[in-house]
Design a protein around this ligand. Structure first.
Ligand code: HEC
Length: 185
């Protein structure tokens, strides 16, 4: 009986530390490993307000370590002199972070994804954001298919991951595009 109880408690705290469930009161809840990395590598200050750092951190991880959004939606992508392709550190440019503007030919630019006055990333409701990420629907014209944007890959992401990206994008500072002539500069 007692052993069962002990095993139960150990299992519960292991699960809590892995999946970020509320642990025993008074103990700090460790962030999931990916969320902790995400918090560390976010290149801008985050307005957490009442948001869950585990969710926002995971969103940062997906945006900054996995999905490459800033390659196209940040212009320029890297801080002056820090392009990793020219021997720089790869430090991201923070003043225009995800402010949009990398051109793809004469008629296409990646729009900004930072929060508008209502806190919506790129002015998008969660529903429009999901429609863009899952179905490639242009938020201004749902009959038009988003070009270049890798939505056909992102559509396989779990709801939790897309939600985490959305929450992260709500936490970053508003920014405008700087200048660049293409992605990843
Ligand atoms: C290879 C370049 C590229 C990458 C990587 C990329 N995007 Fe895009 N994205 C674009 C372009 C270009 C558009 C505009 C497409 C169009 O209008 O046809 C776009 C459009 C969007 C839109 C629709 C916004 C609007 O108002 O029209 C959203 C939302 C979006 N991207 C989110 C993301 C997120 C989040 C990531 C990372 C998970 C990402 N994108 C990664 C190039 C990219």
């Amino acid at each position: 009986m007692v052993w069962r109880h002990v095993v139960g408690i150990v299992a519960a705290s292991l699960i809590a530390s892995c999946v970020n469930l509320p642990g025993p009161p008074g103990l700090p809840i460790p962030l999931d490993a990916r969320a902790a990395i995400g918090m560390k590598i976010a290149p801008v200050p985050l307005a957490l307000n009442n948001r869950d750092p585990g969710v926002v951190g995971l969103g940062s991880y997906l945006v900054n370590a996995a999905a490459g959004c800033v390659d196209c939606h940040g212009c320029p992508t890297y801080a002056a002199g820090q392009s990793p392709f020219k021997g720089g550190s790869g430090q991201l440019e923070s003043a225009h972070y995800l402010g949009g503007g990398a051109p793809f030919g004469p008629n296409l630019v990646a729009p900004g994804l930072t929060p508008d006055a209502h806190g919506n990333p790129g002015g998008l409701t969660r529903q429009k954001f999901f429609a863009a990420m899952r179905e490639g629907k242009d938020p201004d014209d749902p009959t038009r298919i988003l070009q270049v944007m890798p939505w056909a890959m992102y559509r396989h992401m779990a709801d939790e991951d897309l939600d985490a990206i959305y929450e992260y994008l709500r936490s970053i500072p508003p920014a405008k595009a700087g200048s660049c002539t293409g992605p990843g500069q």
